[in-house]
Design a binder for this molecule. Sequence first.
Ligand SMILES: *Cc1c(COP(=O)(O)O)cnc(C)c1O
Length: 387
Amino acid sequence: MSTPRLEIDLGKIEQNTRTLVERLARRNISVTGVTKASLGSPEIARAMLSGGAIALGDSRIENIEAMRRAKISAPMTLIRCPMLSQVERVVLNADVSFNTEVEVIGALSAAAQKAGTTHAVVLMVELGDLREGIMPCDIESTVRETLQFPNIELRGIATNLACRSGVKPDARNMAELSAIAVSIEGIFGLTLAIVSGGNSANIPWVLGGEETGRINDLRLGEALLLGREPLHRQAIDGLHTDAITLVAEVIESKVKPSQPWGEIGQSAFGPTPPAAGRGDTEQAIFALGRQDTDPDGLSSGDGIELLGASSDHLIADCGGRHLRVGTEITFQLNYSALMRAMTSPFVAKVTRDNCGDIPVVAKLPAEGNAHFSLEASPSSPEPQRAS
Ligand SMILES: *Cc1c(COP(=O)(O)O)cnc(C)c1O
């Protein structure tokens, strides 16, 4: 199999989705599966839908179009405000878009009239994270203007926290979103079908048992794909954190000093932190770099410590063990590493739908100074089908 590659267990993504869908259903909250970190992969989208997501959300119209071409008919929301230059594509392919600019809603209205369709909008409310959102004091006037556009349906309101400034969704800001929903419904005599409280960062809030008020939807990406909540990157109880892993291959393996020598300037990617003086190390280089992923977001449970990375090389201290060239090692990814790997043309994507162990070509034992090679590794078992 080619390396580097992402190994994607669709069964685990489906299970993660089902687990959260069931837990959130008890709070009357539905799940919109967010596919943006997967380049709009139709297989991942289908896994989320099989797990009970009622709709899909993506930040890029290109991804939504790709899922439509793959014959996915589920409701789809463009969760980034549309570009004026893309409104025609948005009304043709997305059922709903998140919006903050009246000018854009006007353009969506014109495009929807031309296409003979109706487009639904959700207004984003700014609640402190300072990314997209209408300031709460401007919501009423924005709703009034939105309601005047032909071929536009006001489907609801939403907010997004924790993405730019790390503001936590909590009882206070979630109650504020609920209160804004109730107030709009009262002033305009309408019902907002969607009150979407946020992303995976809302999971600690929603599972913490707080009052959920009018909030009836969350948009989840990271939690479904990586099984973690983004605020503290804690594993969510009962979820798989290894649904997606990254496999890379060793291309050099040598004992080298831990300290560089010669006069030190900047490296290719800026200032370098001082290297730890730990004497000679078993250093391995993986054929993996910043063109493939975010090396800072990788970890390996195999006693391998990542020391640095450039465009095409990832350097690791193997903890005294020698990894032969050709050895494949499996890394866990954070969200940033996952997104970069998914969108890199250099990284192969291999999917499984068995929910079992993904065959690992060469796996390190917990300890010891053993040598590893592809030949010495156990043969890959056939994936077991989940019944
Ligand atoms: C990315 C994004 C999400 C999903 O975020 P996760 O942390 O992956 O769950 C939800 N809503 C908006 C507006 C987003 O941009």
